[in-house]
Ligand binder design. Structure first.
Ligand SMILES: Cn1nc(-c2ccccc2)cc1C(=O)N[C@H](Cc1nc2ccccc2[nH]1)C(=O)O
Length: 162
């Protein structure tokens, strides 16, 4: 894969189950834990600094009546519209900008079961989350907060923490 410092078709991926990087050859379907021979370790290090395989993020989710599952730990029947969810989420964005912590706001309001952990989803790699959420999370710098992001689950704000 170009720019990774890996030879030929080899790519680097993240194993969520083992919580570590591994190397995969899509032509031979071989997977190995250590960089294959012929790898440029410095180039690989630089590549990973610019293209993280995994990120860790907090999020605050507000579901609405058209969410994939319009229910949560805090409301067994969610009936607000997407517009009402957006307006409410904007009030949390303002409180965040006024200095309240992301964790406290997620605990107060998030419709995701991660709310009890301050919205912390832990580390995740590409392919683990819904595409719109993944795209937004991987585009953030560490400690940066997203604008409102829409997924099939509802409306989110995301803070990348690692
Ligand atoms: C992806 N995920 N991780 C957790 C989680 C993580 C750590 C501790 C507790 C729960 C919950 C979920 C999850 O899918 N929750 C859904 C809501 C939801 N939908 C999401 C879409 C993208 C990212 C996070 C999302 N969370 C729910 O509770 O209905």
């Amino acid at each position: 894969m170009a720019g990774t410092g890996l030879p030929g078709p080899w790519v680097i991926k993240f194993s969520r189950s083992k919580k570590r990087e591994y190397f995969f050859n899509p032509e031979t379907k071989e997977s190995v834990w250590e960089a294959p021979s012929g790898s440029d370790e410095d180039q690989l290090k630089t590549y990973l600094e610019e293209n993280p395989l995994r990120v860790r993020a907090l999020h605050l989710l507000i579901k609405h009546k058209d969410s994939r599952r319009p229910a949560s730990h805090r409301n067994e029947n969610i009936t607000i519209t997407k517009d009402e969810a957006k307006e409410e989420l904007e009030t949390y964005m303002k409180r965040l900008q006024d200095g309240e912590t992301f964790e406290s706001l997620a605990k107060e309001r998030s419709d995701c079961s991660s709310a009890k952990r301050g919205g912390d989803l832990g580390f995740f790699g590409r392919g683990d989350m819904q595409p719109s959420f993944e795209k937004a999370a991987f585009a953030l710098q560490t400690d940066q907060v997203s604008d409102i992001v829409e997924s099939e689950s509802g409306l989110h704000i995301i803070k990348r923490v690692a």
